[in-house]
Design a protein around this ligand. Sequence first.
Ligand code: DGL
Length: 263
Amino acid sequence: MKIGIFDSGLGGLIAMRAVVETLPTYDYVYIGDTANLPYGSRSREKILQYTEKCIDYLFREHDCKIVLMACNTAAIAALRYLQTEYLPKNYPDRRVLGIIIPTIEAALETGAQDIGLIATVSTTNSKVYEKELQKINPNIKISSVPAPLLVPLIEYDGDKYAKDIIKDYLAKLPPVKVLVLGCTHYPMYKDLFRKMLPDTKVISQDEILPEKVADYLARHDEIRTKLSHGGTKTFIFTDITPNYVATACRLFGHKIAFTKTEL
Ligand code: DGL
């Protein structure tokens, strides 16, 4: 059986590349819901509906034992429902892992009391990072900034505008010890964030996910032992355009072959 990776679009390919580098022998299937991108500016109901369709497709058609939900926006809208209702009812022996809790753990491990978050509008509006962090440590102060322009900038190769736009977003953030990049796409600009905030620890999800997945699999024999080791990688998108193809190759790091599917 395979490891599925789900994102609203192409940003999750950065996380997938990192996971594959760390755990290269498994079989992977990536689905990016490019037909419905961006999730970050949609309603919770829509995000939930799209996410369930994609996850269901990975389980039903691609024999995934476990799905890594790389998308922050989707995890916030749908992970709890998927884990507590959808899986027990439909696939009780399979798993969906989110990215929010591993990111929060990484932020807490720094010991910082003032943490910044930059993410999509949907993620910052949900206040989920704030709630989860303060559940563990009520003294932590979180400042969040929505950055709706960064996803289209990355999807449409707008790198030359990135510095100015990021500078503008960072101006809205008070000084913080730690900055969480709370969106699949933002690791593309992690070096830029680090350069612009030399005294801040920038948490990039592509750097934490591989270790968290390896750790999870090491602790869950019932999942790990069912995974096949063919080293294959399948890439599926719900819509394909020449721009998506070019961006996907850029984010994954080399040329990849795509399949289009209607869900
Ligand atoms: N993948 C989404 C996330 O991590 C951002 C892209 C979108 O808005 O669809 O939040």
